[in-house]
Design a protein around this ligand. Structure first.
Ligand SMILES: Nc1ncnc2c1ncn2[C@@H]1O[C@H](COP(=O)(O)OP(=O)(O)OP(=O)(O)O)[C@@H](O)[C@H]1O
Ligand SMILES: [Mg+2]
Length: 302
């Protein structure tokens, strides 16, 4: 209850919490420019933790409460701010380049930015409408009635069945889902697990608004885990990333046409995106190397 109360109204999705024991001071929305140009003495993360969590009188809890797996993701009333900390060098650049590739491939993505020091990846929240209302968001672990700890078990086929069952435009959303997976395979994203896909909806009583959420959390995991494998099974296999033919086979199962063209077009777009971000990628050469390796592996593997 204490943690729910601390979370207040900043959590993702439609559910917010209040407690009489914690005054709900009006929190000013973050200034995007300030975050992107952050040069404070304290780390931005500590500053945000102080501002959002410890404006209450609780002391002794350190910012590490927010850090999972040596990465940190912070939700503010309007933005999501992610840091790779020291453990994952170049993670913000990595996510910026992969999300740029998604945008260039024509996928819907939240508006996103890279901070000036290239250490933070910042994006607008898509679970808030422009008037500040809440948009419902349920990830696929929730939709399948499963615990978060099982987010790496199961298959992409089962996620497509969930889309089929709930989406108001299942054919359209299944094709978008396929496109997101193609991009994930091309960049070598081994973290496309069940919580990295969601359905969103405007109102609990408006099933006609249920749709696939914009693409998020697409990163190449290969720079940190050379031998990484896909998060979920595709065509019964998750021992290795699928090649072009396997992706086509999967697309066919989903009832999609022209999958070969999509894969080829996306591969070219990923390479073009790397070229456009050449200077930035010089800071973390491993990222470009991994993504190039992954694209060529996908296009040559059966
Ligand atoms: N732009 C966005 N707007 C609203 N909600 C978002 C947005 N991006 C992500 N989310 C939600 O926030 C959660 C965490 O975001 P994200 O997956 O990018 O962070 P992460 O720390 O890398 O997560 P993990 O490592 O657990 O996959 C997501 O699972 C999703 O529910
Ligand atoms: Mg995630």
């Amino acid at each position: 209850m204490l943690f729910l109360a601390l979370q207040k109204d900043f959590g993702i999705g439609r559910v917010g919490f209040t407690s009489d024991q914690f005054p709900q001071d009006e929190v000013k929305k973050e200034n995007l420019a300030e975050i992107l140009q952050w040069q404070g003495k304290q780390s931005l993360f500590e500053e945000l933790v102080d501002k959002y969590l410890f404006q209450t009188s609780i002391s002794g809890v350190q910012p590490k409460v927010l850090v999972r797996d040596q990465r940190a993701t912070f939700h503010t009333p309007g933005l999501i701010i992610k840091s790779g900390m020291d453990e994952y060098p170049g993670l913000a650049i990595n996510e910026f380049v992969c999300m740029s590739a998604a945008l260039n491939c024509g996928l819907a993505v939240p508006k996103f930015y890279l901070s000036e020091d290239h250490k933070l990846f910042v994006m607008h929240r898509f679970d808030l409408d422009p008037e500040g209302g809440r948009i419902g968001l349920e990830d696929f672990s929730v939709l399948l009635g499963e615990s978060a700890k099982d987010k790496y078990s199961g298959s992409y086929e089962s996620l497509s069945r969930v889309i089929e069952m709930y989406s108001a435009s299942p054919r359209r959303d299944i094709e978008i889902f396929f496109r997101i997976l193609v991009l994930s395979v091309l960049v070598g994203n081994g973290d496309a697990h069940k919580k990295n896909f969601s359905l969103i909806y405007n109102d609990i009583l408006a099933p006609e608004t249920i749709r696939l959420a914009p693409a998020y959390d697409i990163v190449s995991t290969l720079p940190y885990l050379k031998q990484d494998t896909p998060a979920l099974k595709m065509n019964g296999n998750k021992k290795q990333f699928p090649g072009k033919k396997e992706l086509q086979r999967f697309g066919k199962k989903l009832g999609l046409k022209k999958t070969k063209e999509i894969i080829e077009q996306f591969a070219q777009t990923v390479l073009d995106t790397l070229a456009k971000n050449k200077e930035l990628l010089k800071e973390s050469p491993q990222i470009e190397k991994s993504i190039r390796f992954s694209v060529s592996r996908c296009m040559t593997r059966g």
